[in-house]
Write a protein that binds this ligand. Structure first.
Ligand code: KMH
Ligand code: ZN
Length: 270
């Protein structure tokens, strides 16, 4: 089956001081997404930044960024409700009011580097329910084994769709270590039919993305997850990571899913 590439051009942490090519302003993010779309990305996972490059849940900045992306290309939009681990939960949750096609749902609180990433159970329930009301497809971000059980409980209570869409996130300090064994262990536990991708943070990005391509998963690519193509070589643009992901899929005889195919595969449309 063709693999879906999600571009994650900008995360919650890195700024242009870390890599001068990280897009941070709405126009820059929209340009990076359009370019990634032409390299094969079908989904754009979006974080927003204020004028000082700080992660923000400001609805005006978010709306402007989303509008600029939509003007440029028909890529599917996935808004991050993670925003930045230190942003207040209720502000983060409001972003789904933009009614994007998809949004992330982080099911558990955890340490995230040196800060606490707060996802209180009652708030997660409310956010999940609101996403259902708005028709926003949730992607569950699973940073550890128990996060899958939390996602299954949401499903069993009817708060998320029956078929799970998950990101297996490896390499966040406070979550699972980025090892092949951890990925395989998580895959073994996913319910039949789960739509999954790997989000591999840092040095193991290439190895774990290659595993995702080889094992039939979807691939996330972008400067949210790594600022280096390989040791000592900074990423020159998000495109370099997106085209590398397309190359990984091609190497295992898989194609790259188009936006229409992705609408069908993930959103069940058409
Ligand atoms: N920032 C990543 C470690 C989200 O944005 O909601 C995980 C992520 C989750 O992309
Ligand atoms: Zn993110």
């Amino acid at each position: 089956m063709n693999g879906v590439i999600t571009v994650a051009p900008t995360g919650p942490i890195a700024t242009t001081a870390d890599n001068p090519h990280v897009p941070t302003q709405p126009e820059e993010i929209a340009a990076a997404v359009e370019s990634a779309y032409h390299q094969g990305a079908a989904v754009a996972h979006l974080h927003f930044r204020d004028a000082e490059q700080r992660p923000t849940a400001d609805l005006d900045i978010a709306r402007r960024t989303v509008d600029l992306v939509r003007e440029r290309c028909p890529i599917l939009i996935q808004v991050s409700t993670g925003v930045g681990p230190a942003a207040p939960f209720e502000e983060r949750a409001r972003l789904v009011e933009l009614a994007p096609e998809m949004a992330t749902l982080n099911p558990c609180s955890m340490s995230f580097g040196r800060v606490t990433f707060d996802n209180p159970p009652e708030g997660v329930d409310r956010l999940a329910a609101r996403m259902m009301e708005l028709g926003v497809q949730p992607e569950l971000e699973l940073y550890d084994t128990g996060h899958l059980d939390a996602a299954l409980r949401l499903r069993d209570r009817g708060l998320i769709p029956e078929r799970l869409q998950v990101s297996l996130v490896l390499g966040v300090m406070g979550g699972m270590a980025p090892t092949a064994a951890n990925l395989v262990m998580m895959l073994d536990r996913l319910p039949e039919g789960t739509v999954w991708q790997v989000v591999a943070i840092g040095r193991a990005n290439l190895m774990l993305s290659a595993m995702a391509a080889a094992l039939g998963g979807n691939v996330r690519a972008g400067m949210e997850d790594t600022l280096y193509l390989r040791k000592g070589e900074q990423v020159p643009s998000n495109d370099a990571l997106v085209s590398r992901a397309a190359g990984l899929l091609a190497a295992v005889d898989r194609g790259v899913a188009t936006v229409d195919e992705t609408r069908h595969l993930i959103l069940g449309e058409g």
